[in-house]
Design a protein around this ligand. Structure first.
Ligand SMILES: [Zn+2]
Length: 173
C-alpha cells in the first residue's frame, strides 16, 4: 500500500479529532514502517545513481534493505512496543505502535513479490498475496482503484470529524 494511504486510513480508523494530540503519533506510526524504503531509494537514486529498473529489481532485494524493511514491518515487535506502552501507561506510545501494527496488517493482503517478513525476527515467513497494490499482473489496477476509494472514504471520515468538532465549537459559542 502507498505510504500516504497508510497515514490517512490509520488516522481515519484510530483517530478522533477530539483526541487530536494522538493524530501526530498515528500519522508517524503509519509512515515509519516505510522509512527504510525511502532512505534506500534516496541512497540508490541520488547517491549510487542507479537506474530505476535496477533499484527495484536488484538493489531492493539486497539483505540490508530487506532486513530493514522486515524489522520496521514486524508485527510481533510492534505488539511488543504496544505492550511496553500499555504497562508503562504511555498512551502516545500505545497509539504509535497500534498505527504500526495497522500499517503491517494493511500491507499483508497487497504485497506479492515484494512481500515483507511481517513476523521477523521470529520467522522469515512471507505471505505472498495473490494481490498487489502496484503489479498489474496481480490485479494492481483494481487494487489501486480500491486503495483510491479507501483514501476518499477515509478523507471524508476525517472531514466529518472536523465538522463535528467545529459544530460542537459553534454550539458552545
Ligand atoms: Zn509498508
Amino acid at each position: 500500500m502507498n505510504t500516504p494511504t497508510h497515514a490517512i486510513v490509520n488516522l481515519s480508523l484510530i483517530g478522533k479529532l477530539p483526541l487530536s494530540q494522538f493524530n501526530l503519533p498515528i500519522v508517524i506510526g503509519g509512515i515509519i514502517p516505510d522509512l527504510p524504503i525511502f532512505v534506500f531509494y534516496f541512497w540508490a537514486k541520488f547517491v549510487r545513481k542507479l537506474p530505476e529498473s535496477q533499484i527495484w529489481s536488484e538493489a531492493y532485494y539486497q539483505p540490508l534493505c530487506q532486513n530493514a524493511g522486515a524489522l520496521f514491518h514486524s508485527i510481533p515487535l510492534a505488539v511488543l512496543g504496544w505492550i511496553i506502552g500499555y504497562y508503562g501507561g504511555w498512551q502516545t506510545m500505545q497509539i504509535l505502535y497500534l498505527s504500526l501494527i495497522l500499517h503491517s496488517l494493511l500491507d499483508l493482503p497487497v504485497h506479492n513479490s515484494d512481500a515483507h517478513r511481517h513476523f521477523f525476527p521470529f520467522s522469515n515467513y512471507r505471505f505472498i498475496s495473490p494481490l498487489s497494490y502496484w503489479d498489474r499482473e496481480h490485479y494492481g489496477t483494481i487494487v489501486a482503484l480500491i486503495e483510491l476509494l479507501l483514501v476518499i472514504i477515509a478523507t471524508c471520515n476525517c472531514f466529518s470529524f472536523v465538522q463535528s468538532v467545529v459544530g460542537k465549537g459553534l454550539m458552545l459559542a
